[in-house]
Write a protein that binds this ligand. Structure first.
Ligand SMILES: [Zn+2]
Length: 287
């Protein structure tokens, strides 16, 4: 049925139709089902495909990963990978809203503008969904995923309400909870931003504007979010069976080539996502 990476042949339609996003399908998959769906901004094809279990296993990354969710950097992983994305209302959307407010309710032009707004909404929704799916696809390769979910709630009431909405962190967390069986959530009262991830010394005077964590006790200088991500990882792993941790290789927490490769491959195709790395530079062993 797949003609090439851009076109798809549909029954009862003479010509193959051009479809965007087919490059996301793995080369070795068998398509089981295809459904045509109509949405405000056009037609979509919903594909169900079979992937060989053996192939899926090879994609696994045999180590746990901790995640710190933030405003400045949306996700910081305990291996030093930072994932940034931001999807805001488009200029076109704002313009259309203005136009709509000047038009007579119920008129033909009013309806037309309304439809255009719906289409813009759908576009943004799709972009968000794609980012969420890609983040899930990356994280589900890890053996355990450790988060501190209640962090977010404290922000909602304060300054950051609007910024959180554009990042949709809450949506990402609920998606992870639904889809990752080995998700471990760390208690919200754990002071993961205040504790040094190397010597566990507690520092009280750290504010949101401090981007670097400097430990007065052991001298560790580390990216603030990375410090938190490692703490979340360490605290969360206390809930995991000890043998799992003992079987990990000595340098497991550093980012490995296979992780870099997977991160670039999974997230690289979305233009709204930016991936960067911050080095772990921890001289002491984590455990
Ligand atoms: Zn320290």
């Amino acid at each position: 049925m797949l003609k090439d990476k851009n076109r798809i042949k549909i029954q009862r339609l003479k010509k193959p139709v051009r479809v965007l996003g087919l490059h996301q399908l793995p080369d070795n998959c068998d398509i089981a089902k295809a459904e045509l769906i109509k949405k405000p901004d056009g037609y979509y094809i919903h594909l169900t495909c079979y992937i060989d279990k053996q192939n899926e296993k090879q994609e696994k990354i045999n180590k746990p990963i901790g995640i710190d969710f933030g405003i400045k950097h949306q996700l910081t992983l305990s291996n030093g990978v930072k994932i940034n994305y931001r999807i805001e209302e488009t200029k076109r959307q704002k313009k259309l809203q203005k136009k709509l407010s000047r038009q007579q309710k119920g008129s033909r032009n009013y309806q037309k503008t309304k439809q255009k707004i719906q289409r813009e909404h759908q576009k943004i929704y799709n972009r968000r969904k794609d980012i969420k799916n890609k983040i899930l696809s990356l994280l589900r390769r890890y053996e355990y995923v450790l988060i501190q979910e209640e962090q977010i709630k404290n922000w909602h009431s304060g300054l950051f309400g609007k910024q959180i909405q554009t990042t949709g962190i809450g949506g990402i967390i609920s998606m992870l909870k639904k889809n990752i069986e080995t998700l471990i959530s760390v208690n919200r009262y754990e002071a993961t931003t205040k504790i040094c991830s190397r010597c566990e010394n507690r520092k009280e005077d750290i504010t949101l504007s401090d981007r670097t964590y400097k430990c007065d006790n052991c001298g560790l200088v580390i990216d603030r979010d990375l410090n938190s991500a490692i703490n979340i990882l360490k605290i969360g792993l206390q809930k995991v069976e000890e043998t799992t941790i003992k079987n990990l290789p000595l340098d497991w927490w550093d980012v490995k080539p296979v992780e870099r490769e997977a991160t670039a491959r999974v997230l690289g195709s979305n233009p709204y996502v930016r991936v960067s790395y911050t080095s772990v530079k921890q001289e002491a062993r984590l455990f």
